[in-house]
Design a protein around this ligand. Structure first.
Ligand code: HEC
Ligand code: HEC
Length: 312
């Protein structure tokens, strides 16, 4: 009997592989918000995914790709259908144009880099990703979250210092962001702000107030709140994909405002919409942006941290 040539086996395997690839989707699908993707779009989305995303996000979308091992944060597990950086209240499904911005811009400080692909490729891969979480996404009856919008900034550049001061008060006393993140004022200053806002002195200072507190999340791992003077903010800069916005300062403040409005889905960071006033959220955005300024200058950061923690 003639021996089968190895290259013949290879050709057979390749043919099988390609026919598999082409025949994955035979019909289109309806996703949340009435979005319809044709079979061709889904098949194209799959091939984009196999080329660029599978190494981290994995064959079945669970985030366990070969290059995803040991990454923190780990690649998103698409099977859960939970997204951190939508422009919707945390926990709701994001709109395609937001996912588009995230994929084009990447997530700062993580392995999720910017992707330079055509609009069509990005759009198609977004549809494909949804097929990993059919319970969350598939069906005409599924709803997207209500899209949040960045309204009018009540401060603007001319009232920046005022906004930062107010943001500091909101951060430490009104919203108490240091219950998860850390505090950025001394005991003395915290007491002063508390007297001003609540007419109450602080009887006992929380020993953990200068520490970051690891939080339980729904993504299958614990989530760390950032220290704004040290860490990158992941979703800041994505709005540069929005038409007409050029000034990086404006983009950053708008993005921080949006993140505070929306929270981070499944990652303990709550939505502050209707919890505190809109002008307070804007003030916080200015304050967080101000704190980010220390990131550029380690000596300045050290001096600042020493000055606030002096009577710890
Ligand atoms: C080198 C690894 C890597 C590759 C390749 C990669 N990603 Fe990611 N991706 C990540 C990581 C890490 C995160 C999680 C970041 C976080 O939790 O803050 C992420 C998160 C995401 C998210 C979640 C956004 C949200 O709001 O929760 C989407 C969507 C996404 N990636 C899409 C893609 C697509 C599409 C591709 C291919 C074009 C891709 N990724 C390629 C590492 C990667
Ligand atoms: C219950 C805990 C909790 C509280 C309260 C909280 N945060 Fe967060 N926050 C987190 C966690 C955890 C993350 C990191 C999420 C991730 O990226 O995985 C985060 C992330 C953020 C980010 C970064 C978003 C990005 O794009 O990377 C900002 C900005 C932020 N928080 C601001 C605030 C402010 C301001 C307050 C108070 C108004 C606040 N947080 C209150 C837990 C909290």
């Amino acid at each position: 009997m003639r021996k089968i040539k190895p290259y013949f086996v290879l050709i057979c395997l390749m043919t099988l592989l390609f026919s598999c690839k082409e025949s994955t989707f035979h019909e289109g699908k309806f996703f949340a918000g009435g979005v319809y993707a044709t079979a061709d779009q889904l098949n194209d989305g799959k091939s984009v995914y196999m080329d660029y995303c599978v190494s981290c996000h994995g064959f079945n979308g669970d985030g366990n790709g070969v290059s995803g091992k040991g990454l923190f944060p780990p690649p998103r597990n698409f099977k859960l259908g939970i997204y951190k950086f939508g422009h919707v209240v945390a926990g709701e499904l994001p709109h395609d144009d937001t996912l588009y911005k995230i994929i084009k811009h990447g997530l700062n400080g993580t392995a999720m880099l910017p992707w330079d692909m055509s609009k069509e490729q990005v759009y198609n891969v977004i549809q494909y990703i949804k097929t990993f979480a059919p319970k969350a996404w598939e069906g005409k009856d599924k709803k997207l979250g209500k899209k949040l919008v960045v309204g009018k900034d009540p401060y603007g550049a001319s009232h920046k210092s005022f906004a930062i001061e107010k943001g500091k008060e909101v951060y430490h006393v009104v919203a108490q962001c240091q219950s998860c993140h850390r505090a950025y004022v001394s005991h003395e200053e915290l007491n002063k702000i508390s007297l001003k806002i609540n007419d109450e002195a602080i009887e006992e200072f929380d020993e953990e107030m200068y520490k970051l507190k690891l939080q339980e999340g729904e993504h299958g791992y614990k989530v760390m709140p950032p220290d704004f003077t040290m860490h990158e903010l992941r979703s800041v800069g994505t709005m540069k994909e929005e038409k007409g916005l050029k000034d990086p300062e404006r983009i950053a403040i708008n993005d921080i405002y949006m993140r505070l409005l929306a929270g981070a889905g499944g990652a303990a960071m709550p939505s502050w919409k209707d919890v505190i006033e809109d002008n307070e959220i804007w003030a916080l955005a200015y304050y967080v942006r101000y704190l980010q300024g220390f990131k550029k200058d380690q000596a300045k950061r050290k001096a600042f941290i020493n000055s606030i923690e002096k009577n710890k």
